[in-house]
Design a protein around this ligand. Structure first.
Ligand code: SF4
Length: 237
């Protein structure tokens, strides 16, 4: 029997008689309250500071891949001091972009990608990045997570951005049963009420960093313990 199936069965056995039915509205409401004291995700922080254009959010998301939020936000601010539009960044030497984001993981590759994206947006789209998922994902380094974050944050579209936190937590709740983030996106699109589509990432990033952490989640203090099935949670605080 696979470890995942075993974990599911153990979780189900443990939860019989102890859990109330899962109410996504109550869950989102409680998590919204629980994360108030914690820092927001990097792109959300940057949007609050006025970096709200689709291009700025795209650049910030490219920087943020496999990089801590705190580092991503600093790098993005460094870069935006040099330029905030595709034309301004296209005019820079890629080495200056690299120096500005040097604290980010894979900064050399990201600098090349940001410079190439700035040039392409300048040449093909007259300096205005379209709010179009297919166009966004056509840029190297931009996957569905970044594209949907940009579309939700900068373009006002109702999109679900599934990162590692959303994927892990939705599975622990027992709300979805998926192996990869792309499957989680599909599953959430089929059952998550639309009013939460743009919010779920903003809420679950700080929740996943501070409470439902990858290792040893803080279940004893969790505001949704009574509804969460704790799927595959074998140890917790
Ligand atoms: S911290 Fe524990 S109880 Fe809370 S959502 Fe995560 S796994 Fe569920």
């Amino acid at each position: 029997m696979g470890a995942r199936i075993q974990g599911l069965i153990l979780s189900a056995m443990r939860d019989i008689g102890e859990k109330r039915s899962f109410d996504i509205h109550a869950v989102m409401s409680r998590i919204r309250e629980a994360v108030r004291p914690f820092p927001k995700a990097a792109l959300s922080q940057l949007a609050d500071e006025g970096y709200t254009s689709a291009f700025e959010q795209l650049v910030a998301c490219i920087i943020s891949v496999r990089t801590f939020d705190e580092v991503s936000a600093v790098c993005a601010r460094n870069l935006f001091r040099l330029g905030r539009t595709p034309e301004e960044l296209a005019a820079l030497d890629p080495g200056r972009i690299d120096a500005a984001i040097s604290a980010a993981t894979y900064h050399e590759v990201k600098a090349q990608r940001i410079h190439a994206a700035a040039r392409r947006i300048t040449d093909e789209y007259h300096g205005s990045l379209p709010c179009d998922r297919d166009i966004l994902t056509s840029f190297p380094g931009v996957g569905p997570k970044c594209a949907n974050l940009v579309l939700a944050t900068a373009c006002g579209q109702n999109r679900i951005s599934v990162d590692t936190h959303v994927h892990r937590i939705a599975n622990r709740w027992g709300y979805v049963d998926t192996r990869r983030p792309e499957q989680t996106l599909y599953a959430l699109e089929g059952k998550l009420p639309q009013r939460y589509w743009a919010q779920i990432n903003l809420l679950l990033v700080p929740f996943g960093k501070n409470i439902c952490t990858p290792r040893l989640p803080q279940c004893s203090d969790c505001p949704v313990l009574d509804m969460c099935r704790q799927v595959n949670v074998t140890a917790h605080r």
